[in-house]
Ligand binder design. Structure first.
Ligand code: 3PG
Ligand code: MG
Length: 394
């Protein structure tokens, strides 16, 4: 990886724009349920403040509709947590793209958090006009958002074309170094666990991933799509019917590599108080929702995990936030922790699960990235990294 690093940039008296990944999991009332990504973003910010830069930080949170502010996706709770961690006030700036009074008020050694960058029209499409405006706000662009490095968006990619300096922050550089080393020659069998609710963006990486790994364990909405492909029943569970063909192609190309769940903990509604019912897949009814894998399915996975040489894990296998549906993810977390394999886990929800089940100290490496680290594992150059590399070689 040939990129300019923040530590090699003189930021004294400069305006530094840091793109962090502060996309943290939140409870119903917006309360942050795991602040790992915020804590991991602190070193870059502290470094710039200590060296006398005027620091602006932005991130996305969730997937809001562009062009409209909404309270649920505001970075307000993040500003508060960041302020506690840094011990300084962290003002949150709305409507910041065109600059304004807030910019004049931001002095060297001070910090402002710029509201959710996905509220801005053109962010997701990596719009050049938006990227140019944002580039005007700063002298130095620092990308420290490894968790979002697989997205080519205006704050992760486009902006770097137009700033005088574009560099990688310490989290970005550290993750690339650590994962690069860990995955260069992985001990076999290499087992990947891919779960969670973000179905389609992950299913598309699974084909390449399936070719690289020895076993591909699927959970969550992704598992449901595979159950459909294997002609099983999922009732009204989260799945991607359009991608059943993709899943089918993976099953055909790699027979036996993807264990298909045989049982599940179901409910009639998506709620913390829903009544859990254990069912074999063939007994699932049209109005059932799969909210966790069942013990027979998990036992198969635990055996595979116990024999692994390397484990990469992204995404919970059930709705572990609800106590009655946490059993599968808890058992999986414990199996990964107990395995002698080199284990890498990442992603906002995965880290939350690992912390909840108290196994963090028995995971070999915890990455702040979920989707990005799956794509890294796929062997792809991540667009945000490619952009920093192209700036470094220009
Ligand atoms: C993540 O949580 O994986 C990253 O923050 C990227 O979020 P996204 O999938 O909404 O782009
Ligand atoms: Mg949210």
């Amino acid at each position: 990886m040939n990129v300019l690093r923040l530590s090699d940039v003189d930021v004294r008296g400069k305006r530094v724009f840091i793109r962090a990944d502060l996309n943290v999991p939140q409870g119903d009332n917006g309360a942050i349920t795991d602040d790992t990504r915020i804590r991991a973003s602190v070193p870059a910010i502290r470094d710039c403040l200590a060296r006398g830069a005027a620091v602006m930080v932005t991130s996305h949170l969730g997937r809001p509709k562009e062009g409209e502010w909404n309270a649920a996706d505001s970075l307000a709770p993040v500003a508060q947590r960041l302020s506690e961690l840094l011990g300084v006030p962290v003002p949150l700036v709305k409507d910041w793209v065109d600059g304004g009074a807030w910019q004049g008020a931001l002095k060297p050694g001070q910090l402002a958090l710029l509201e959710n960058c996905r509220f801005n029209k053109g962010e997701k499409k990596d719009d050049d006009a938006l990227a140019r405006k944002m580039a005007k706000l700063c002298d130095v662009y620092c990308n420290d958002a490894f968790g979002t490095a697989h997205r080519a968006e205006a704050t992760t990619h486009g902006i770097a074309k137009f700033t005088p300096v574009a560099c990688a922050g310490p989290l970005m550089a550290g993750e690339l170094d650590a994962l690069g080393k860990a995955l260069a020659h992985p001990a076999r069998p290499l087992v990947a666990i891919v779960g969670g609710a973000k179905v389609s963006t992950k299913l598309t990486v699974l084909k390449t991933l399936a070719a690289k790994v020895d076993v591909l364990i699927v959970g969550g909405g992704i598992a449901n799509t595979f159950v459909l492909a294997a002609h099983g029943r999922i009732g009204k569970s989260l799945a991607e019917p359009d991608l059943v063909g993709e899943a089918q192609a993976i099953l055909d190309a790699f027979p036996g590599k993807v264990p298909i769940p045989v049982d599940a903990v179901c409910a009639k509604e998506f709620s913390a108080t829903a009544v859990p019912t254990l069912k074999a897949i063939e007994n699932i009814e049209p109005d059932d929702l799969i909210l966790d894998l069942g013990p027979s399915s998990v036992a198969v996975l635990a055996t595979i995990i116990a024999k692994a040489g390397t484990i990469v894990w992204n995404g919970p296998i059930g709705v572990f936030e609800f106590g009655a549906f946490a059993g599968g993810t808890k058992a999986l977390a414990e199996a990964v922790a107990a395995s002698a394999a080199f284990s890498i886990a990442g992603g906002g929800d995965t880290i939350a699960a690992i912390n909840k089940f108290g196994v963090a100290d028995r995971i070999s490496y915890i990455s702040t990235a979920g989707g990005a680290f799956l794509e890294f594992l796929e062997g792809k150059t991540l667009p945000a990294v490619a952009m920093l590399e192209s700036r470094a070689s220009a």
